[in-house]
Design a protein around this ligand. Structure first.
Ligand code: AMP
Length: 217
């Protein structure tokens, strides 16, 4: 059993938040709320939100705080979030963290903890540019560290994998710059609130997952 179930996963793009969130949520029956996945799906659908978010996501910039915060506030009301949730990729600014706190207070809930995935920049670039994602189930692979059994095909659903356009070397570098400027201040922010647990994100999934379970127990 894990004690902490209402969670934020914090860390740079490529730190492995999504990979461990997928694993944890499946095992512990938590809702996986990846704001990046939701935005990409809205863009694909061509919804109003998708149209507003498209240029930011494509360029690796941040979608405006109020748009993402509203999207998350709505998602938190869904039934599958009642047993706990992992926010993966949100908040990404201190303002978003404040908006999240307000949204949770409004529905009588609160965060149990924030897990910070710590990794060096050269590893992040290596991971990002080698990342492949399933077009259907969003499972994350990596051609260097965790390749699928059959090249370019998802092990789970047999569907083709793709490289996110924002995982190109140039855009990945821009995203890391934005992370350092806008998101990294959330590390001291949550540390001051005594909510932060750090795990070594340079480890492989086999080693980092038990670390994750330990900090949540
Ligand atoms: P991710 O899949 O988490 O790497 O997110 C992909 C892209 O979606 C980011 O580069 C941003 O353009 C956008 N995005 C995701 N989450 C947020 C957020 N919390 N705030 C602003 N933009 C976001």
């Amino acid at each position: 059993m894990i004690k902490k179930r209402n969670l934020v996963f914090l860390g740079a793009p490529g730190a492995g938040k999504g990979t461990l969130a997928q694993e944890l949520c499946k095992e512990k029956k938590l809702a996986h709320i990846s704001t990046g996945d939701i935005l990409r799906s809205e863009i694909k659908k061509g919804s109003e939100l998708g149209k507003k978010a498209n240029s930011y996501v494509t360029s690796g910039g941040l979608v405006p705080d109020d748009l993402v915060a509203d999207m998350v506030a709505k998602r938190l009301l869904d039934n599958d979030c009642q047993n706990g949730f992992v926010l993966d990729g949100f908040p990404r600014t201190v303002n978003q963290a404040d908006l999240l706190e307000k949204a949770l207070t409004k529905i009588g809930r609160k965060l149990d903890g924030v897990v910070y995935f710590e990794a060096a920049e050269d590893l992040l670039i290596k991971r990002l540019t080698a990342r492949l994602v399933c077009k259907q189930c969003n499972t994350i692979y990596n051609t260097i560290f965790s390749a699928p059994a059959k090249k370019g095909i998802c092990d789970k659903c047999g569907i083709e994998l793709y490289q996110r356009p924002d995982d190109s070397l140039e855009t990945a570098k821009d995203r890391l710059l934005i992370y350092n400027e806008q998101t990294a201040p959330l590390v001291p922010y949550y540390k001051n609130k005594k909510m932060l647990a750090t795990i070594n994100a340079a480890l492989s999934k086999d080693k980092s997952y038990p670390e994750l379970i330990k900090v949540l127990s």
